[in-house]
Design a protein around this ligand. Structure first.
Ligand code: ATP
Length: 487
């Protein structure tokens, strides 16, 4: 990470804490590694990102419905899905520091360093060798690469490495009062399986016709070997997933469709196009016949935010086999029964949150000649902003607070608002800029005379005078989901 990017990332993390977006979990006990809580503004922003996803996937598609499956599932689910045997990361320990690393990530960091130093041939060579080792599950070869490329432990600085071993990422616990091995249940490592096991229920009760999709937002848990980069890699996180069931043979067409549709969703928020790129998987998961990541350029480089996977009929066929229940679709158009193929879109809500925060964060110098001034503003899309408008009486007297509260009461059934009367108006504007509030409504003495107020726009800082009666319509128009979804 360059110094500027490093500093920017650090500033975003402190801003997230200072303004009630993200706190470390159980901070008063020094925190729990890679687990985070969302604060008063963070939970609003997170809910708005969820709403954007849910509305665009479920509400805007007549053939997609949403569900909310439980986190605990029958343990056989995870045998069938391949997670018990195959949901592993290759890990390696440094014998001196006793620190554990993901072998592939040590190698990826080295590749990034080669690239940064202009050693592109070496980077490509190492990338190919690593891909081959991962593809063939050759753990010895991964270790050999770490030795050969002289990768040292960032903590001890030594190259005293153990062998590379597989490490299962699922958390398990016991269900019920009597604990024996048959009672082991897992905290789901992905939300997808909750959709697959409900395929028949939803298809039948919703009378769904292929092609159709089932969407879900929910928690997932992974015992990540190393957790880093703030909320980028957590042990408890949230996913927004959609499984789209299609006729066998049509999956590549739908894969391309969802690739483009999902990229457009990201760009719809106004993110510069060059910040996104596709990254095709070279090592396909056991269930996939095509897979691509949508990557975003974070301050620490391009990283995955969302995966689009063509999962074939693997999951439904496995559940059919393990449950003994027939999971098939009768397609009246071709007069055939088949196990549907699946295209999955899977986005991490927390990574999307981080992306949104980083993208919106701006430090602005507003100095005018000798008069020094600056502000930090979150240029969030108004639909995503935690607070839609702040209602600010110019002073604490002369009946202005009463007038302001009257306006607040009229508007709050429709919008999340904030009332503030403490400090100068300038300071209050800055506080709202820092949490991304798109509009500040100021009630002054003129308001008492002619029932008008000023609206200050966050990004331009320009103000306009409007009638109080028209306020509801103006704000509703500016924060309407139509602005994002109506194109
Ligand atoms: P990575 O390669 O970064 O570990 P993955 O390929 O294992 O991710 P998927 O299994 O495809 O991820 O999960 C779908 C999405 O869930 C990812 O694109 C990411 O946004 C999110 N995600 C996965 N693991 C985590 C995590 N530990 N913390 C936060 N988000 C995660």
């Amino acid at each position: 990470m360059s110094k500027n990017n490093d500093e920017l990332f650090k500033n975003v993390i402190s801003h997230a804490k200072e303004y009630g977006f993200v706190f470390q979990s159980s901070e008063i006990y020094d925190g729990l590694s890679a687990v985070y809580d969302y604060g008063q503004n963070g939970s609003e922003l997170k809910n708005n990102i969820k709403a954007y996803w849910w509305k665009s996937m479920v509400q805007m598609h007549e053939n997609i419905v949403g569900i909310d499956a439980a986190i605990f599932m029958h343990p056989t689910t995870w045998k069938a899905s391949g997670h018990v045997d195959g949901f592993n990361d290759p890990m390696i320990d440094n014998k001196d520091s006793k620190k554990r690393y993901r072998a592939d990530q040590l190698l990826e960091d080295k590749i990034a360093r080669y690239e940064k130093d202009g050693k592109t041939d070496k980077a490509a060579q190492l990338q190919d060798a690593m891909d081959e080792a991962l593809k063939t599950d050759n753990l010895d070869a991964l270790r050999d690469l770490i030795i050969e490329h002289e990768i040292a432990c960032p903590v001890s600085g030594t190259r005293n490495w153990t062998d590379v071993r597989q490490f299962n990422l699922m958390f398990s616990t016991k269900m019920g009062a009597v604990a024996d091995d048959s009672d082991v249940v897992y905290l789901r490592p992905e939300t997808a399986q909750g959709i697959f096991v409900n395929y028949l229920n939803v298809q039948k009760t919703g009378r769904m016709k292929i092609p159709f999709g089932i969407a879900q937002i929910g928690k997932a848990f992974r015992n990540e070997v190393i957790a880093r980069q703030f909320i980028m890699r957590m042990r408890e996180f949230e996913q927004m997933e959609m499984q789209f069931f299609v006729r066998p043979g049509s999956e590549m067409e739908w894969y391309e469709y969802w690739k483009e549709t999902r990229l457009q969703w990201h760009k719809g928020l106004g993110t510069p196009a060059e910040k996104y790129r596709f990254h095709n998987h070279t090592k396909l998961a056991h269930y996939a016949n095509a897979a691509v990541d949508i990557e975003f350029e974070f301050p620490f480089g391009f990283k995955e935010v969302e995966g689009i996977h063509s999962r074939t009929d693997f999951d439904l066929s496995q559940h059919q086999k393990f449950s003994g229940k027939k999971i098939q679709y009768f397609d009246p158009e071709i007069n055939q029964n088949y196990v549907p193929y699946v295209i999955e879109t899977s986005i991490g809500l927390d990574r999307m949150f981080l992306l949104t925060l980083i993208n919106a964060y701006e430090e602005q110098d507003l100095s005018d000649g000798d008069k020094k001034d600056s502000r930090v503003v979150l240029k969030l899309h108004p639909c995503l902003a935690p607070v839609k408008a702040a209602i600010l009486p110019l002073t604490k007297k002369d009946g202005l607070p009463e007038k302001a509260k009257e306006i607040m009461d009229r508007l709050k059934p429709d919008h999340n608002l904030m009332y503030e009367e403490k400090d100068s108006i300038g300071k209050r504007y800055r506080r709202q800029d820092a949490i991304g509030t798109p509009f500040c409504i100021t009630v002054d003495h003129q308001s008492l005379e002619d029932n008008t107020v000023t609206i200050r726009h966050r990004d331009t800082m320009l103000q306009e005078r409007v009638a109080i009666d028209g306020l509801g319509g103006i704000i509703s128009g500016l924060v309407s989901w139509k602005n994002l979804l109506g194109k």
